[in-house]
Structures are given as structure tokens and as C-alpha cells.
Design a protein around this ligand. Structure first.
Ligand code: CP3
Length: 354
């Protein structure tokens, strides 16, 4: 008789994974976007020795940073240390993280011919360092802490490829979309196929849940989202291995929530520009992740506690809430406040709805 795989059973029944499936949990699970990052002294020490890209491409270090954040904070899930832009390199984009300016793509896409030159990616091979980091992190993590894999959603990745970096207005991206719709859809289809395979490779390497980051999609109107984005995001989510919950996240998505839901995801990630209870009511039968403003972590502890209480009250003790920030932790955040936040979420939610 084969032995019951204990670690897998514990992972499956962990509060985070139960919440992804909208099953009741003894307390509200919490993890934080950018939980590993510059606000942590241990991270800054590693970054003093290696560049951000080197860190991402050194599996042992990436795994160490992933696990270290979980152990220091006591969060309910780990997220693999990597970046949404890594997949663009093997596709043919020249990626650099410059210290002052953030990410730069040195050969931004302008024409249909630029799109045609892009390559399909065998993620397991070209991004093998991510898979090795996933395996190493899975081995080092406690057996009841799920590991989240992730990728950028097609729109957010396309915006970096066309703008050549971060943007405020997404003018080039929209111009591309409106004036070269065929090339746009070809680019989005290419991204969808590759992102889907990339997420599944991470799941196969040991990630229990995956998150799709459509961080900048909130800059689109609902009609443009439906026409230019929704079918492609749906394609990615539909391609994810059955049984692997998908978190579908975006910011500034108040006008897009129903459409994001239509595109798919077991959990919808919302930012702090919506009220969690309104958002959840609109979304209906799906789990929700969010949504404390990361800037609240700059305040005093009693204030943080009150704001946590507000969000838990809005969630009303319903099954299917994953506590998170509305966006990533800010680099100037005091670590003690982050730890206090995690404790507050656990303690207050364990008492039941108030
Ligand atoms: O959440 C985690 O702890 C996992 C690691 C993670 C990073 N980036 C590490 C990182 C994740 C999930 C991401 C996703 C990511 N990367 C997104 C989507 C999430 C979001 O913020 O909306 C985006 C848009 C990117 C692209 C990116 N990477 C930008 C715009 C920047 C520069 C901004 C900054 O904070 O410097 C990065 C660099 C980056 N990615 C850092 C980290 C820890 C900072 C690098 C450093 O200087 O050490």
C-alpha cells in the first residue's frame, strides 16, 4: 500500500489553499506582494553583492530570499522571488534593470515585423533558473506553506515591450493597439501561449498556486479591455493545469472587475481603490484577495490594526478571503509594521467577525 503523501495533504489543507477554494479557514490567510524586497535588511545585504537580475538568475539565492521573507514575517504563503519581465529576455527583448529608472527594454516593439521576430519560449529550459529556484524553495519551505508561482499577464507584458519600460499614460501601447490591431493580437496570442506554459512549468516544479499580474490594465476602458485583452487573459487562465488555483490581479480595476472575472481566476486580486465588500458583491462566487493600501504600513501600529479590522469586517468572515496589500510593499516600510500586520490579521480574524 502506498503511503499517504503527508506534505501534499498539509499543503492542500493549508488556510491559504483552502481560501483559494472558498473553503472555511480557522483564520484569514495573509501574504504580501513584494514580501521579499528592499524594505528588508537581509535582502539589502544580498543586493549589495549581486544585481537584481543576478539574484533572480541564481536559484539558491532566489530561493533563500523567498524563504527568508516567509520565516521573518510568518505569512501563510511564499511567492517565488523572480520578476514578470524575465520571460521577455528569451522572447528576444533586451532587458536591463537600471538602478534609478527601473526596468528598461532597449529594443521596444514598433511594427508588426518586430512582433514577428519574437521567439516562442520553452520556459522549462530558457527560464530553468526559475524552475530550479521553485524546486529549491519548495524543499526549504515548511511543508504546510504553499508556494506561489507567477507571471505577468499579456497586457502588462505587452505594455513594457512597446513602451520600453514603465509608463504613465500607455500612449504608445494604445496607439499600437488601435492602429495595428492584427499585430497587437498576434503579440497578445504569443504572450498568452508562453505565459500559460511558463505558469505550468512553475506548477510542475513545485508551485501550488499561480498569480497572474495584470498590474497596469486599469489604464484601459472596459470596452478596450473586452476587445483587446480579455480573450488573451482568458486563454492563459484556461491553460493553467487543472487543480492549480489562479489569482488574477490588477490595479485600478474598479471599472473592470466583472470583465476580469469573466476572463477567469479562482481568486480576484483587488487594489485599495475599491472597497473590498463592494468589489466582492460585484464579483459574486469567487475568492477575493486584498486590499490594504501599502502606505498604511507607514503609520503607527494602532492605526494599522484599525485598518486591518476594517478590511476583515468588510470580508465579514466569509470563506474565500486572502488578505494582502492592494499592491506591493513600499521600499521604505518598517519591517516591524509588516510583522505586526501579519499578527493582527491572524489574531483578529481568528476571533471571528465583529
Ligand atoms: O512579491 C514578491 O516578493 C516576489 C517578487 C516580485 C518582484 N517583482 C521582485 C522585484 C514580483 C511578484 C514582481 C512582479 C513585478 N515586477 C510586477 C508586477 C507587480 C507589481 O508591482 O505590479 C511588475 C510591474 C514588475 C516589473 C518591475 N520589477 C518593476 C517596475 C521594477 C522596478 C520597481 C522597483 O521597485 O524597483 C522591478 C524590480 C523589482 N522586482 C524589485 C523586486 C524586489 C526591486 C529590485 C531591487 O532593486 O532590488
Amino acid at each position: 500500500m502506498s503511503e499517504i503523501p503527508r506534505p501534499a495533504a498539509t499543503l492542500f489543507d493549508s488556510p491559504f489553499m483552502r481560501a483559494c477554494r472558498r473553503e472555511p479557514t480557522p483564520y484569514t490567510p495573509v501574504w504580501l506582494m513584494r514580501q521579499a524586497g528592499r524594505y528588508m535588511e537581509s535582502y539589502r545585504q544580498i543586493r549589495a553583492r549581486v544585481s537584481f537580475l543576478e539574484l533572480c538568475k541564481t536559484p539558491d539565492l532566489a530561493a533563500e530570499v523567498t524563504v527568508d521573507a516567509v520565516e521573518r514575517l510568518g505569512v501563510d504563503a511564499a511567492i517565488i522571488f523572480a520578476d514578470i519581465l524575465l520571460i521577455l529576455e528569451p522572447m528576444g527583448m533586451q532587458l536591463e534593470f537600471s538602478p534609478g529608472d527601473g526596468p528598461v527594454l532597449h529594443n521596444p516593439l514598433q511594427t508588426a515585423a518586430d512582433v514577428e521576430r519574437l521567439r516562442e519560449v520553452d520556459a522549462a529550459e530558457s527560464l530553468s533558473f526559475v524552475m530550479q529556484a521553485v524546486r529549491a524553495a519548495r524543499t526549504a519551505l515548511a511543508p504546510d506553506v504553499p508556494l506561489i508561482g507567477f507571471a505577468g499577464a499579456p497586457f502588462t507584458l505587452a505594455s513594457y515591450m512597446i513602451e520600453g519600460g514603465s509608463s504613465r499614460q500607455y500612449t504608445r501601447t494604445k496607439q499600437f493597439m488601435y492602429t495595428q490591431p492584427q499585430a497587437w493580437h498576434a503579440l497578445m496570442a504569443l504572450l498568452s501561449r508562453n505565459v500559460g506554459r511558463y505558469l505550468n512549468a512553475q506548477a510542475a516544479a513545485g508551485a501550488q498556486v499561480v498569480q497572474l499580474f495584470d498590474s497596469w490594465v486599469g489604464n484601459l476602458s472596459p470596452a478596450d479591455y473586452r476587445a483587446f485583452v480579455l480573450p488573451h487573459s482568458r486563454e492563459v487562465i484556461a491553460a493553467v493545469t487543472p487543480g492549480v488555483p489562479v489569482i488574477h490581479f490588477g490595479t485600478g480595476t474598479n471599472a473592470l472587475l466583472e470583465l476580469m472575472r469573466e476572463a477567469g481566476g479562482d481568486v480576484i486580486g483587488v487594489d485599495f481603490r475599491v472597497e473590498l465588500d463592494d468589489a466582492w458583491q460585484r464579483l459574486g462566487d469567487v475568492a477575493i484577495q486584498g486590499n490594504l493600501d501599502p502606505a498604511v504600513l507607514m503609520a503607527e501600529r494602532p492605526y494599522i490594526c484599525r485598518r486591518v479590522q476594517d478590511i476583515l469586517r468588510q470580508a465579514g468572515g466569509c470563506a474565500g478571503h486572502v488578505f494582502n496589500l492592494g499592491h506591493g510593499i513600499l521600499p521604505t516600510t518598517p519591517v516591524d509594521n509588516v510583522r505586526a500586520l501579519v499578527d493582527d490579521v491572524h489574531e483578529l480574524s481568528a476571533r471571528g467577525p465583529s
